[in-house]
Design a protein around this ligand. Structure first.
Ligand SMILES: Nc1ncnc2c1ncn2[C@@H]1O[C@H](COP(=O)(O)OP(=O)(O)OP(=O)(O)O)[C@@H](O)[C@H]1O
Ligand SMILES: [Mg+2]
Length: 398
């Protein structure tokens, strides 16, 4: 828990309204280009890949909202969820189809599903498919016919896309169930019949650490020109400065504040948004006549918002013992080094960072306090010695 007896009183309520989008112009243009091409066929897949909190969902939402607003396409989103057990087969597709079936063009979608994809129809609308023929299908489904389901969905999408181009956003594919993964592979072979753009998001480190079968399927799709990876860059200093200008309009922050945020968050959007929210909660950023930073920057380091801590724990859980050791050394070096700004230290830190997956570099930033802490310290351990052993990968190196 953050906060405690000596915590500063909250001076301004944190703002939890939708945050402005910065720095994604190129990606949105790219998605728009891919949509133009997919919507006249053949279809294609775009996979937006980046570390947790980099802004994948935000980018996809911004893109799909623009398509929805334009009104000429069928747009829906389905999500994979992290499963402890086997999970529901085809979960993101079922979610997306439900959304399509409830959209303004839901009548068309329901009719096509009923005619072309009855096995999907009975799953999506059990109440409205109670006649004898659907009973028969339901019985067949018990035995499970995944081949049939894949074929039916492709047939239905082909039929729908004769009237409307379709965009499906499939979120968090690193958690996709096997049936979904196979369906993605199947659809990729029928893209020539479809006016369909699938925009997927995934965390590459999680895909790799789980040795997920989707990884090789996507590589194969890429090799055949059916899928394109869009690695999402972290926010630049310029993006962060734009964010401050938009979110804290008219602010009078010192000019070092943006670069400090950039160093502290490494440009991870979630870390940025949460750190700023945290600084507002702690009364370090306040709105008087204008938004101001009322503490010296040197006093701001050392604390980690709870959400950021949780994410770092998750990232650490994916590292091997070796990588964790490197990270610990990096953090200690950062602490000892009053020279964190010296060339030698920067060179050293970046050589360590290269040894780690990119997602871990932010931990170094968080464990390198520039000065003494001004906020009360959480008694729980810092990010480099947090306990994540349950999901930790085994050591691979010497
Ligand atoms: N380009 C951006 N400009 C401003 N804020 C952003 C941007 N991208 C993301 N954010 C903010 O960062 C937070 C995290 O973003 P988002 O949920 O999109 O990350 P993600 O990559 O989908 O993470 P996860 O892997 O956990 O799903 C959100 O609160 C969002 O408002
Ligand atoms: Mg997301």
């Amino acid at each position: 828990m953050l906060g405690g007896a000596s915590a500063e009183p909250v001076k301004t309520k944190p703002r939890v309204v939708a945050t402005p989008l910065v720095g994604r112009g190129k990606e949105l243009e790219d998605l728009e280009r891919r949509w133009q091409s997919a919507s006249s066929g053949p279809g294609s897949f775009v996979v937006i890949s980046a570390e947790p909190g980099a802004g994948k969902t935000t980018l996809v939402k911004s893109f799909t909202s623009s398509l929805t607003a334009a009104g000429s396409a069928l747009v829906a989103t389905g999500r994979c969820t992290e499963r402890l057990g086997s999970g529901e087969a085809y979960l993101p597709f079922l979610g997306a189809l439900t959304e399509l079936a409830n959209s303004a063009r839901g009548a068309l979608v329901r009719t096509v599903l009923r005619n072309k994809a009855p096995t999907w129809f009975v799953q999506l609308f059990p109440a409205s498919s109670s006649d004898a023929s659907y009973e028969q299908i339901r019985r067949e489904l018990t035995g499970g016919s995944q081949e049939r389901m894949k074929r039916e969905l492709a047939d239905a999408l082909a039929e729908i896309s004769r009237s409307y181009a379709v965009c499906l956003a499939l979120e968090d594919l690193h958690w996709s169930d096997l049936a979904t993964t196979e369906l993605v592979a199947y659809l990729s072979r029928r893209l020539h019949e479809l006016r369909l753009l699938v925009v997927g998001t995934l965390r590459p480190a999680e895909l790799a650490s789980a040795n997920h079968p989707l990884r090789s399927i996507l590589l194969d799709m890429q090799a055949h020109g059916a899928a394109f990876e869009m690695p999402l860059a972290l926010l630049t200093k310029r993006d962060i400065s734009d964010y401050l200008d938009l979110e804290f309009a008219g602010h009078r922050f010192p000019k070092e504040f943006g670069p400090w945020l950039s160093a502290k968050t490494e440009g991870n959007a979630l870390f940025l948004v949460d750190l700023l929210r945290y600084l507002v909660e702690r009364g370090a950023v306040v709105k008087a006549a204008r938004w101001e930073l009322v503490r010296p920057i040197e006093e701001l380091s050392g604390e980690i918002p709870a959400s950021v801590r949780a994410l770092i724990e998750r990232i650490l859980g994916l590292l091997s013992e070796d990588e964790r050791r490197w990270l610990t050394v990096a953090a200690v070096q950062g602490r000892r080094s009053t020279l964190s700004r010296s060339r030698r230290s920067r060179k050293w830190t970046s050589s360590v960072s290269r040894r780690l997956s990119k997602t871990s570099t932010v931990c170094i930033g968080w464990s390198r306090p520039e000065a003494k802490r001004s906020f009360p310290t959480d008694p729980s351990p810092s990010c480099t010695n947090s306990s994540t052993s349950s999901t930790r990968k085994p050591s691979t190196g010497p």
